[in-house]
Design a protein around this ligand. Structure first.
Ligand SMILES: [Zn+2]
Length: 484
């Protein structure tokens, strides 16, 4: 029977394989645009005289998007990879060219059961000319693997797969079960991915424990290394603000009530809104560890504390700001149908992120308070993700901490509960009863601000891929392996 150090040696031996698997996944452009059939904007070429540029027609679904993704080839690649190692694997197709891959080790139904989560889709590349490396080339340079999805999150899908492969090759006996699920559509709401899987195959995903993206980026402080374990996430909603004016021929604009000009005041109020401050979540009881804050943190002093932290650690300060309030931001605006008519209608769409205690009704009420006195302005709030959380004070936390110390080979590490200020697929599996943590530890020397996730020049350092594979192997050893 292999020992843990045998397993970790095999992870080192498979270091290059993990990198190559990440590369193979990055080279599959599983781009989730959240829309389709959209002509380029602005269109190339001038419109004919007397004609305006065509307005892009986008067919949105109820959540405001038409998901694409094309994850099936990536799911198939992983399935073949698992099958070649003798690991049970299957692809569950949720739509045209949309695939979810599941691999299983151990006895089905045996406990404890550990779920390894990842997603196969990536966000689009907006302007390729701004990238220093081909976004789908998976080039290696400066100790990093470059490309869209390298950090978010094909490196994790690959590291988790390699960890299972290493356990299988070593013949590690399991008392429980390990389930690997890498799914489609995370970037557009999960209706074809974990959302679909929890609806159709909840028994596959129901587990004692789960790990997913969302946390684990190391924070270096003067007092040592800290890893946040993200136990929960903020909610995400969309607020649509409809502004109605009165159109008229653009040659006599004073006879119109221009919806675009009416939007000006709406935008000003949205931009300058002061959200309620809250330091309710666990995280704020751990600021002594996280940032050496010795005073008691309150709703009243948190902004001053954040300002102090900002002078030395901008990333942490920005994160704490997002964790202590609801945010909203205008992210889309649509108005007008023709350049020679004054706009009759204007729609402003806002992205809204709520704290655990804030409901959609609260958001609606805040918007009505803010805009209620303006004529011709209506507000609609659409919920895409409820805020959700797992407990930090749980034996699984001890396993995760122990596995991290082993993976990075260091004891001088502290852990704090964190909250994901975006949302992840974890929200689908928490209601099944899983203790799900957004946690995949980066290498202690890695710089998370370089990842470029959802940005240009996305990349992941090669050491982090290896660290994550070591972490998963150790976590399997800690939780599911037969150790005697
Ligand atoms: Zn992601």
């Amino acid at each position: 029977m292999p020992t843990l150090s045998d397993l970790l040696q095999q992870v080192e031996a498979a270091r290059q394989e993990a990198i190559e698997l990440t590369q193979a996944l990055v080279r599959i452009p599983s781009v989730n645009t959240g829309r389709h059939n959209e002509p380029p904007w602005p269109p190339t070429g001038r419109p004919a005289d007397g004609e305006s540029y065509p307005v892009p027609i986008v067919n949105y679904d109820a959540t405001g998007s038409v998901p694409t993704g094309d994850e099936l080839p990536a799911a198939e690649l992983l399935r073949e990879r698992f099958a070649a190692e003798g690991i049970d694997a299957a692809v569950y197709q949720s739509g045209e060219n949309r695939g979810n891959v599941v691999a299983r080790m151990g006895t089905q139904g045996a406990r404890p059961k550990l779920l390894l989560m990842s997603h196969l889709d990536v966000v689009p590349v907006e302007d390729r000319s701004q990238w220093t490396h081909d976004p789908f080339g998976a080039e290696i340079a400066e100790g990093r693997l470059w490309g869209r999805g390298s950090a978010d999150m094909k490196c994790i899908a690959a590291a988790q797969a390699m960890a299972m492969i290493v356990c299988k090759r070593a013949g590690l006996p399991l008392k429980g079960e390990v389930v690997y699920a890498s799914c489609a559509d995370e970037e557009s709401g999960g209706a074809y991915g974990f959302g679909w899987m929890t609806q159709h195959y909840p028994e596959i995903l129901r587990a004692d424990y789960a790990v997913n993206e969302g946390g684990g980026a190391p924070i270096r402080t003067p007092d040592g290394l800290i890893y946040p374990i993200n136990t929960g996430e903020k909610g995400r909603l969309e607020a649509r603000i409809y502004i109605t004016g009165r159109g008229y021929h653009a040659s006599q604009p004073w006879r119109a009530d221009n919806a675009i000009y009416k939007a000006e005041e709406v935008i000003r109020r949205i931009r300058t809104y002061q959200p309620e401050i809250s330091t309710d979540i666990d995280l704020f009881r751990h600021l002594d560890t996280l940032a050496g804050v010795t005073e008691e943190v309150t709703n009243e002093n948190i902004d001053r504390i954040i300002a102090d932290i900002a002078s030395t650690n901008e990333n942490l300060a920005s994160f704490l700001r997002a964790a202590s309030r609801m945010t909203w931001v205008a992210s889309m605006i649509n108005a007008g149908v023709k350049s020679n008519s004054v706009a009759e209608k204007c729609q402003i769409t806002c992205d809204v992120r709520t704290l655990p205690h804030q409901s959609p009704a609260y958001v609606q009420q805040e918007l009505e308070k803010l805009l209620g006195d303006l004529s011709g302005v209506q507000v609609e709030v659409i919920e895409t993700s409820v805020s959700n959380a797992s407990p930090f004070d749980h034996p699984f936390t001890d396993h995760v901490m122990a596995a991290t110390r082993t993976a990075i080979g260091r004891d001088d590490v502290q852990f704090t509960p964190g909250i994901t200020v975006g949302f992840t697929d974890s929200r689908f599996v928490r209601p099944l009863g899983n203790i799900a943590f957004g946690f995949m530890p980066g290498h202690p020397d890695s710089d998370p601000s370089k990842s470029g996730a959802h940005n240009i020049n996305e990349s992941i350092d090669l050491e982090t891929i290896n660290t994550m594979a070591r972490f998963i192997v150790t976590l399997i050893w800690e939780t599911v392996a037969q150790q005697d």
